[in-house]
Design a protein around this ligand. Structure first.
Ligand SMILES: Nc1ncnc2c1ncn2[C@@H]1O[C@H](COP(=O)(O)OP(=O)(O)OP(=O)(O)O)[C@@H](O)[C@H]1O
Length: 502
């Protein structure tokens, strides 16, 4: 055989076997399975993040690519899977159904309904992992996202498209802030998505009950991967929530997404990584744990009108241990987000609820989006509170205080009082503006401290409707409106002050 014949025969052989070989790459065999992880041989062409299907019908996601095998995390039960089970590629990344039909429903991390209300009719699906929008398609944050919580809207304002972290120890009211914010979106044309990661199923059910009670389910979606669901579901749940949110954002809608909480998400990812035998780094987290959250939170943005003009505001939640914000995951997420709302144990137990530590809370971009009426009336609030905190510490043991110090202390105490807010009572802009105006201008100095909270609420209720609608619709507090508030406050005080002496 001459040289060219030899080449031809090799080529012919290669071509004949080509089909066989590609088919072989499309299916593989399980070598080992356990703890929700399968090691598969033969899926040479599988790509990172691809969805594969086992012969039992269970799906898995390729999360580890090695020279001879791939590591797959199972999205369902491993019952019936054993060494030698067949696995086939699907050629697509893990995705979730998206569409208006999802609104009002509770779904799992794969977008399947778990609320017993029947199937969800959607026509579109979106991959759970997607590259975040680029610089060109983004617009600066310049529209407010009212939380309805006075302390936040006045001092840590959040804009549409912003990522604001809610951070604090366990049981300090983190979830409550997120829920109140969702309740306040009623009638604001906002779609709210609550992603529950690693929580108890009963907690999620209770939360759904609260949303239902306040008619917030009409514009909300709950994505739930409970503690019973296992690490893979907990790992993909926030990405699934983001994909559902992006669908609405691409339709030009405004979306609010809450990730409750990313500490548990990081723990789920650490579990998977350790089971996949990746080398552990600081606090045993894998080296790419920063990327885990940055690629998620980067997907929140506000789009320019050419790209639909929608927005996705993210409220990730992080739980700290004994107030330690310098731990690995908290510092990571603090550096990714555009600010944080820091909740403090001491304040919570002292009855200051929501327990927001104003000194450590910050919003890096929301100031530009703050409603004018609030900006104007809350002007000195932060500084006055900072001064109050300092004086409070210094004057703790001294009884002989000069008049100025006494006044500043009394003023600070009243400011702290108006910032207390019960659960599920979000405040509209006009009410916030009126209360702030009265408090920051020292108009409450003659109201007994223990009556301040009740007084301001009832006073706000007594104001004429025309004034409220004017503040609410224009978003500003004109000089005449301010004068009207002053007058009304004087009259109202005269009416009720007799009862104070009694
Ligand atoms: N503004 C508030 N007024 C009164 N009670 C509040 C307020 N905010 C939170 N609480 C109460 O504090 C408790 C803890 O709240 P929440 O569950 O929101 O905290 P969390 O930090 O999310 O807790 P976890 O660590 O369990 O996630 C709840 O019982 C809630 O009712």
């Amino acid at each position: 055989m001459n040289h060219s014949d030899e080449i031809l025969s090799i080529l012919r052989e290669e071509i004949e076997q080509y089909d066989n070989r590609t088919r072989c790459d499309e299916t593989g065999t399980v070598i080992e399975v356990g703890d929700g992880i399968a090691t598969v041989y033969g899926l040479n062409r599988a790509v990172y993040g691809e969805l594969v299907q086992f012969d039992t019908g269970v799906h898995g996601i390729v999360l580890d690519l090695k020279r001879d095998s791939v590591g797959v995390v199972l999205l369902g039960s491993e019952d019936g899977l054993h060494e030698g089970s067949a696995v086939s590629r699907t050629g697509r990344a893990a995705d979730v159904p998206v569409g208006d039909a999802m609104i009002g429903r509770t779904v799992n991390a794969l977008g399947e309904p778990i609320d017993g209300l029947g199937p969800i009719e959607t026509t579109e699906r979106r991959p759970i992992e997607r590259e975040a929008s680029g610089v060109v398609s983004r617009e600066p944050v310049n529209q407010p996202m009212q939380t309805g919580i006075l302390a936040i809207d006045a001092m840590v304002p959040i804009g549409r498209g912003q990522r604001e972290l809610i951070i604090g120890d366990r049981q300090t009211g983190k979830t409550s802030i997120a829920i109140d914010t969702i309740l306040n979106q009623k009638g604001q044309d906002m779609i709210c998505i609550y992603v529950a990661i690693g929580q108890k199923a009963s907690t999620v059910a209770r939360l759904r009950g609260t949303l239902e009670k306040y008619s917030a389910l009409d514009y909300s979606i709950i994505v739930s991967a409970t503690a019973a669901d296992g690490a893979p579901q907990q790992y993909i749940a926030p990405y699934a929530g983001a994909a559902i949110g992006e669908y609405f954002m691409s339709q030009g809608r405004d979306v609010l997404i809450v990730y409750d909480d990313l500490s548990k998400h990081a723990v789920a990812y650490r579990t998977l990584s350790l089971l996949l035998r990746r080398s552990p780094g600081r606090e045993a987290y894998p080296g790419d744990v920063f990327y885990l959250h940055s690629r998620l939170l980067e997907r929140a943005c506000r789009l320019t009108p050419e790209y639909g003009g929608g927005s996705m505001t993210a409220l990730p939640i992080i739980e700290t241990l004994a107030g330690d914000v310098s731990a690995y995951i908290p510092t990571n997420v603090i550096s990714i987000t555009d600010g944080q709302i820091y909740l403090e144990n001491d304040l919570f137990f002292a009855g200051q609820r929501p327990a927001i530590n104003v000194g450590l809370s910050v919003s890096r971009v929301g100031g530009a989006a703050q409603t004018k009426a609030i900006k104007k009336t809350a002007g000195t609030l932060r500084i006055d509170l900072a001064r109050f905190r300092e004086l409070e510490v210094f004057t703790q043991f001294s009884s002989d205080l000069d008049k100025d110090t006494q006044q500043a202390l009394e003023h600070g105490k009243r400011l702290m009082e108006i910032l207390k807010q019960p659960l599920c009572h979000p405040m509209p802009v006009w009410r916030q503006a009126v209360i702030l105006y009265a408090a920051t201008n020292g108009l409450l100095s003659d109201v007994p401290l223990d009556r301040v909270r009740d007084f301001v609420q009832k006073f706000a209720d007594s104001l004429p409707d025309s004034l409220l609608t004017e503040i609410q619709s224009t978003g500003t507090l004109t000089g005449t409106a301010a004068e009207q508030i002053r007058e009304a406050l004087k009259t109202y005080k005269d009416q009720v002050s007799a009862a104070w002496q009694a």
